[in-house]
Ligand binder design. Structure first.
Ligand code: TXA
Ligand code: MG
Length: 335
């Protein structure tokens, strides 16, 4: 059955959390807001429901899902042998944009863990997500609510665009405050390691643990956010090292006939008139919040390439740089 966007909007987009909880209880898929990005949720204890997530996203079955829980002490329901450092970080950063990878409890379904002996856990901070978790009363398995490898949704309308026909209900909690996915920290290797940078920075984690932490550079744990081609718009993303480099790259692609967009807050005078502008804030927290919206705008403008300057890679800058670099590996031609 074909549904147009407005039809989908009026029939499945709501702010009724109780309805969301009922849909989850009956094995349905519910997209919901978190402070990072929208998640595509299913009852983590219902394998049929969880398998629908993989189908809707087109996600390979061996890629594990984060289980969202409502309180720190629920860690014990999902994980075993939890190190005291992990408890400390959970107490400090939950509810919040932080995911722990821990040794799984034997009751956790293989579909969630992608067949690994670990499980990802997070208590989100968005009030609607917490309300849904409390109403539902159990864990909700949820990846970002986008097609596999594509840009994560930061508004309910993005979920409608990407997956509207595949989902039973979309809870609309407004635009996400943070705009990029949670920091993921793995406690199952010999040393704790950050698998995915995010709002909670390496520096903030080190301060709580009072020891240095490494960032993952490749390794054995399967983590699709770590695949090179990820978080991509259709336009090819090109990362410039400076404004001068951006100008050179614009000239290069424009002269070869491409539809070029620049993601920048600078005025950038004297660019060819045809070069399209995608607003992109200068300050880091805003940059994160707007990053995926800017990618989507470049696609709406039917840009072949979108060029952005990479920020310095410390603190929050590392997260933006990480997502830009990964998107740059994965762009597909538009036509
Ligand atoms: O901010 C977020 O984390 C959002 C919101 C919805 O919570 N979720 C999210 O989920 O980004 P997803 O599936 O799009 O990305 C989660 C990442 C994936 O790269 C996944 O492989 C990794 O977490 N992950 C989940 N469980 C894991 C595990 N047991 N071991 C290693 N990586 C895991
Ligand atoms: Mg994702």
């Amino acid at each position: 059955m074909e549904k147009n966007c407005e039809g989908i909007l009026s029939s499945i987009v709501t702010d009724d959390v109780i309805q969301g909880s009922k849909v989850l209880n009956s094995g349905g898929l519910v997209a919901f807001p978190t402070e990072t990005v929208y998640g595509l949720g299913a009852d983590a204890a219902n394998p049929e429901a969880v398998s629908r997530i993989f189908k809707a996203k087109g996600r390979p079955a061996d890629h594990p899902l984060i289980v969202h829980i409502s309180q720190v002490k629920d860690i014990d329901l999902w994980a075993v042998d939890v190190p005291k450092e992990a408890w400390r970080l959970a107490e400090r950063f939950w509810p919040g944009p932080f995911t722990l990878i821990l040794k799984r409890h034997s009751s956790v379904h293989n579909l969630i863990t992608g067949g690994q002996d670990t499980v990802g856990l997070r208590v989100p901070a968005h009030p609607m997500a917490l309300d849904l978790l409390q109403q539902f009363g159990r864990g909700i398995a949820a990846p970002s609510a986008n097609r596999f490898g594509r840009v994560s949704p930061t508004e309910a309308a993005h979920v409608v665009e990407d997956l509207g026909g595949e989902i039973d209900l979309i809870l609309d909690g407004g635009p996400c405050d943070i705009g990029v996915e949670s920091t993921i920290m793995d406690f199952t290797s010999s040393k704790p390691v950050v698998l995915r940078p995010g709002w909670i920075t390496k520096e903030a984690l080190e301060e709580v643990l009072d020891s240095s932490i490494s960032l993952r550079q490749g390794g054995a744990v399967r983590c699709p956010g770590q695949d090179l081609a990820h978080y991509s718009p259709r336009a090819r993303v090109i990362v410039a090292t400076s404004v001068e480099d951006l100008r050179a790259k614009v000239d290069e692609h424009f002269s070869s006939g491409a539809r070029v967009a620049v993601m920048s807050s600078d005025l950038l005078e004297n660019l060819p008139q045809e070069v399209m502008r995608v607003p992109f804030p200068k300050k880091l927290p805003e940059m994160a919040r707007e990053l995926y919206r800017s990618f989507r705008l470049a696609d709406r403008l039917r840009a072949d390439v979108v060029i952005a300057v990479c920020p310095a890679t410390s603190g929050w800058g590392l997260t933006i740089a990480d997502r830009l670099q990964r998107a740059a590996q994965g762009g597909l031609p538009l036509h």
